[in-house]
Design a protein around this ligand. Sequence first.
Ligand SMILES: [Zn+2]
Length: 459
Amino acid sequence: MQNTAMVAKRNLDCFLYGLSGERLPADNHYDNLKEARKWGFKIPDYFVRCTTLDEVYAYIRLWDQKRKELDFNIDGIVIKVDNLSIQSKLGFTAKSPRWAIAYKFPAEQAETQLISVDFQVGRTGTVTPVANLQPVLLGGTTVKRASLHNSDQIRILDIHQHDWVIIEKGGEIIPKIVGVNVQKRHPMTLPVEFATHCPECGTLLQKDEGEARHYCPNIRNCPPQIKGRITHFVSRKAMDIEGLGEETIELLYQKNLIRDVADLYQLRKEDLVDLERQGEKSVENLLSALEASKNVPYERVLFGLGIRHVGETVAKKLVKAFPKLEDLIHAGKDQLISVDEVGDKIADSILAYFSDPEHLELVKRLQKSGLKFETKTKVLSPDSQPLTGYTFVISGTFESVSRQELKELIESLGASAASSVTSRTNYVLAGKNMGPGKRKKAESLGIPIISLEEFYQMF
Ligand SMILES: [Zn+2]
């Protein structure tokens, strides 16, 4: 939250769940936590040391019951390897430690009555059924809506109007309906039918063979699809244009000022000041945010176009393989599927997108506005490989960069990245939670341990 006064009202507290650092008081997690408590830190009362898996299971069973008595919600239990030297041997994957794992309790369920079903249209035209429910308490919040996913799900559940349904909260934001209490069903009710026409533009819905989703084929003129594409384009992971929330997009759409993302770059100051609730200052901010977005790298522009199945990661891989948009437009299917993570489905989607003359026109207009549609490929000469001959060992984790990316960087600079510290190691590049074994070895061999900042300064 940006409003600190609001944050202050929340009575936040801080509990320590681990000690991290050099020269820790003990060689195990459990004793370190106890020590930290002696120092005055708040440590949860609930951690125990188990010596067998049976004890771990017993503890899980215990809390699956007792968690209902807690005055806060928990969704599981974390099990950690206690011995720190074993922890360091196990190390980390790109995302998480190998010495800790979360056991998740089964999701809580509740029963309530179905009021009605809405059909929502997303930016790609996919129509999603959403159930309106009699409000019910589930996992500490009141639930009024739940997802029904698609027509297959409705058919499998055989859900009827005004049925009593069982809902469950998974990892998603909105809960889902997982079952129907048929015994409570009124004998006269009819099954829920999937919409036949788009609720937004009235177009007959389509469904492809072998696919569960219904979609509105009216890509050009279906309002939520138009607005959805623009919202996606300006979102943080794409063009990151601040000041263009959904409400502003709605206003601009209603005033006929935008019909596609290229229109954004044609907006003039006088168009915007006329809009309701737009002060001069915020108009200027928006225009400068649009201007600044012209420097957004090509991979994010490509992601922002919203080509079906082309997410952030795929966009990155495509840009690596085709550093210029022209190359991607002219790529054949074989070339496309030779790209890492690109299969039939994605390749077909890309081919379909660029075979549409309107899309080519859109891209041309964006190019004219100055958006980036290519990336400079780095041609490395010996001069640009200042670390040739050096050997680095990476240890620990880094906030801004993955270990794999660091490894690639080191190699692109001419150095090599080794996995263990030996007398041939020149530097150990250390992040958070550096392995104590590596540290000891480096120290005993007198090998400098450097931070990421120090590494960047080297070249
Ligand atoms: Zn529609």
